[in-house]
Ligand binder design. Sequence first.
Ligand code: NAP
Length: 291
Amino acid sequence: MNNRNSAGAIDSHTILYGVFGDPVHHSKSPVMMNAAFREFGINAAYAAFHVKPDRLRDAVCGIRALGFRGVNVTIPHKVEVMNYLDEVDEAASIIGAVNTIVNENGRLTGYNTDGIGYVRSLKTETGCDLRGKRIVVIGAGGAARGVVYALAREGPASIRIANRTRDKAAELAKDMSAFADCSGINMEELSAISDADLLLNTTSVGMHPHKDQVPAANIRYRPGMIVSDLIYNPLETRWLQLAGQAGAIVHRGLGMFIYQGAYAFEYWTGRPAPVEVMREAVMRSLQIPAE
Ligand code: NAP
């Protein structure tokens, strides 16, 4: 089969990919993934599909029927989609969500690349080693589940989780306690913590258009501590700005988005993803000059 097409034109051999979401037309995944395919001259096309919840089952059947090689799944389908796959990878099953589907001759397997994408971004962009580190996570929603699982697999000393809804923090800590020393704490306890090596916001607080909000006040920042935020709109949240001013090392959310896509690209093609090309494509589409 002719799977190379340096001209980038769609033809009868083009391998299809996409993202399913509702809404989906804000997604930067098509720009990012098509740039990656183009970089290697892979004859592939990646599009955004607006799939309503009541059509998700049909859409997944369409992956098999039309022979799509791979699909990303975004909000609100990451949990429900697991019911329609042939297999769910062990990590995705523990996390309870799938964001990447691989089609192997009609057999669909679901993976979760969000958490491992976050950790790869954190390690690549800050150079940190998470073994033996004290981690504090704010938030216990869907993204937190993948991220806490991936962090727990890195051998940290502890992971403390604080969330507005306290019970969700305790539940997430319990679910991940087989992999690391995890505990749920109260939001009020955050201001008393002085020994965190990594402090991470996984809530949506501070996201556009509420850019002036911060997930927690009175944090004891210290030089050398890493402060990280999953939010990438804005690119640098108010919370990260305050942490940077206080001497912390800041880690932004865009890298997680790039690397979750990089893992998906690697699962689908078996090649190392052209991460910098993908990052540049996203930055261009956000109209941010490359750094
Ligand atoms: P989610 O499942 O809806 O969880 C939202 C989290 O934010 C929960 O912990 C929730 O607390 C908390 N929260 C929301 N509003 C709050 C408020 N006013 N005060 C305090 N806490 C509040 O959402 P998600 O999918 O986990 O996404 C969370 C964030 O991560 C979003 O900003 C999203 O853009 C970002 N994200 C980034 C990437 C990336 O690639 N960089 C990937 C996925 C997600 P309760 O449990 O109390 O409601």
